[in-house]
Ligand binder design. Structure first.
Ligand code: NAD
Ligand code: SER
Length: 317
């Protein structure tokens, strides 16, 4: 059987830190190279410091480890990206082109490039947003992901580079902290709740957004990458859905377990971003093409989040 050597770019991030551990379980510790701008002091395993805006360094790592698959997670997310739009565009596009070019020139077999619900804007249906619809993103992050989706398809059609992609909803996990997105509130809220603190939400109480539990998001990523090539019919990026809820609904789910939990609302600029995104997603093509099915809903996710974070903080809820 062929040995797979995996490179994760952005391995310190919210998704990267969890995905790297899962990939190590699947491919073996020595076959997964984690990389990011800096190394975390407690990281165990193979790690390379990498600024993915530098194509030569990516290439050196790909050649050194005979990399066969790249998971390119490095990006500036929706909310943070609005602080400096041109630099966000530069980083998101440059890192992506570097990964695609190095992959094509060095015969990397498969590339994972995450997209986002941020590609949708107010021209798309907000409920059960379809796979194929008009994309008019409101953020520079969304513009970079929409462009990235089209470039993924271009590299597949022109160079036969096997790039696979998911439009992740907001990801919620206990293992890591989010890095500057509009959906980050749905992680922060659990940290406050288990520590007995009130949560001040930066979105309005009835703002419904598509979300997914980290375990489901990681499983979706690995299932997509494992699928036979001929099953992958969407070469831009697949819609991916799990659950949808508003801040008052997640607060109510937490109050089922922690009745004393309190939330208040101070919406900021992120409200406008959230308002431009879908409320729910139609992911029937992912379900048909490669068998996607989520396992968690708001209640089952809340139970695990509260249990795991209480263990981490050593608090009793
Ligand atoms: P994150 O911000 O937590 O992590 C990104 C990582 O990339 C960070 O560790 C950062 O240091 C690293 N990075 C930034 N610039 C880099 C560079 N030039 N070279 C190398 N590394 C660099 O983000 P995340 O939430 O883990 O998201 C990972 C990917 O998934 C991103 O592409 C993001 O757009 C996408 N995504 C995330 C979500 C979500 O809810 N977390 C939803 C949709 C899509
Ligand atoms: N969770 C991400 C964000 O809020 C969506 O891509 O930016």
């Amino acid at each position: 059987m062929k040995v797979e050597n995996i490179l994760v770019i952005g391995a310190n991030g919210q998704i990267g830190s969890v995905l790297t551990q899962e990939l190590k379980k699947k491919f073996g510790n020595e076959n997964v190279v984690a990389s990011d701008l800096r190394v975390k002091p407690d990281f165990e395993g193979v790690f390379e410091i990498l600024d993915a805006t530098d194509k030569d360094v990516i290439e050196q790592i790909v050649v050194k480890y005979e990399i066969t698959q790249i998971y390119h997670l490095a990006a500036i997310l929706s909310a943070k990206g609005e602080e400096n739009p041109l630099s966000t565009w530069e980083i998101n596009m440059k890192t992506m082109f570097n990964v695609f070019e190095v992959s094509r020139l060095n015969n990397v077999d498969k590339v994972f490039f995450p997209s986002s619900i941020g590609v949708f804007g107010d021209a798309a249906l907000a409920d059960a947003t379809p796979q194929s619809t008009f994309l008019n993103p409101s953020t520079v992050y969304g513009i970079s992901k929409a462009a990235g989706e089209n470039w993924s398809q271009y590299y597949f059609e022109r160079y036969e580079l096997d790039i696979r992609s998911l439009r992740y909803p907001g990801i919620i996990g206990y293992q890591s902290l989010p890095g500057g997105g509009t959906t980050d509130y749905a992680v922060d809220i659990y940290h406050k709740a288990v520590n007995g603190e009130e949560f001040v939400c930066f979105l309005e109480e009835n703002t419904v957004l598509p979300m997914i539990f980290m375990d489901d998001a990681i499983r979706a990523t690995i299932e997509l990458m494992d699928s036979p090539k001929e099953n992958i019919k969407t070469r831009t990026s697949y819609n991916l859905a799990s659950m949808s809820f508003s801040p008052d609904e997640i607060a109510a789910a937490i109050q089922e377990v922690i009745p004393s939990f309190k939330i208040s609302y101070e919406p900021d600029f992120r409200q406008e971003i959230a308002a431009s995104w879908p409320k729910s997603i139609d992911d029937s093509e992912a379900r048909i093409d490669w068998g996607w099915k989520p396992k968690y809903n708001l209640d089952s996710m809340s139970k695990v989040m509260i249990e795991k974070l209480s263990e981490q903080y050593n608090t009793v809820v």
